[in-house]
Design a protein around this ligand. Sequence first.
Ligand SMILES: Cc1ncc(C[n+]2csc(CCOP(=O)(O)OP(=O)(O)O)c2C)c(N)n1
Ligand SMILES: [Mg+2]
Length: 408
Amino acid sequence: MGTHLPSTEFDGTAVDDQREADAEAVMGDPSAQMVQLLGPDGKLGADPVFSGYADRLTPEDLRGLYADMAAIRRFDIEATALQRQGQLALWVPLTGQEAAQIGSGRASQPQDYIFPTYREHGVALTRNVDLAELLRQFRGVSNGGWNPKETNFHLYTLVLAAQTLHAVGYAMGIQRDQKLAAGKEPDAAVIAYFGDGASSEGDVHESMVFASSYNAPVVFFCQNNHWAISVPTNVQTRVPLSNRAKGYGFPGIRVDGNDVIAVHAVTEWALEHARQGKGPVLIEAFTYRVGAHTTADDPTKYRHSDEEDAWRAKDPLSRLEKYLRAEGMADDAFFAKVKADGDELAAYVRRTAHDLENPDIRSAFANVYAGAHPLVAEELAWFEEYTAGFAGDDEAPAQHDAAAKAGH
Ligand SMILES: Cc1ncc(C[n+]2csc(CCOP(=O)(O)OP(=O)(O)O)c2C)c(N)n1
Ligand SMILES: [Mg+2]
């Protein structure tokens, strides 16, 4: 059976002209409707609303944003290498999306709560998640890897868009808590990250309806990186994704996702809006996945390298480097230090990843229910009998906390 996807799907020959024209309108040069402060040439422009937010960033903040972006890019390279060497089962690269992630993550405050997808390693860094711990899931030694309560950075969600529902539910919860604790605790907001492909999921629609109906303090942060594996964004939508917010009755902003200053400003504005009880905001960060979808993907099969080259010219790091140098805010010594710090981070991650041990699989039975459950106990008993039957495994399984908790 042939595909039902429009012919803009990569085939190199047949092209649906109308779809191409629509795609041009949606995906083509969007500058007229996109918030951009720092252009690819490293020059800082102005915006009537968001320049005021950008002005809050000190030279030290700007150097910090650069250092974070460089660190996470270095981490991404290291994790990709670890996967190629068989140390990780899979890796999900973020290169190209550093500004969208660092800019938005750095705009959040400690009391805010973040629901990521599976690619938000840059946001994880801004929330102080130990990046070596983050590799646990990709090494297959954990279903999560870190304790979300410590950082207010939720576990990765691989079921597309499911976390947008969790985020709105959480936002509605804190909205109620805040009423009770009025004035005693800082107001908090929630960020729900999702992709352009995930935007087609019913869960996103339901989330936006609920968020709007209840005026929930949630920022929907869509990283439009132009691809959902091999499907381009113009198959997901015929209008800019940010426009969809209008239908739900809250603000939608498209921001240059490779401009860390604009992303920071827009996210700060949106979080303030949410914390002040003014309701949800949709941010569409217009960016690009420069590498493969995952280490199991080969993008040369579905897109042209000239498209990748055009986006490399809009690189988020090089434009901030140009700006910092031109303004005299950073010199060679700063960039050398950033590189050395990145190498040190990579060495730490490599060392730690090698040592991440397999968990006792019985621990999986311990966390099914809060307390003991006869069915879980029965399944654990079966499992122990089964594993005891393997040659060489002649020791009876030791009594284990998990077994105790499962009621065994
Ligand atoms: C509900 C669901 N359907 C399909 C998949 C398989 N899948 C994993 S990633 C992906 C593409 C997602 O694209 P996008 O939302 O744009 O995010 P990106 O990977 O580009 O960051 C798909 C279809 C899934 N994980 N969950
Ligand atoms: Mg995508």
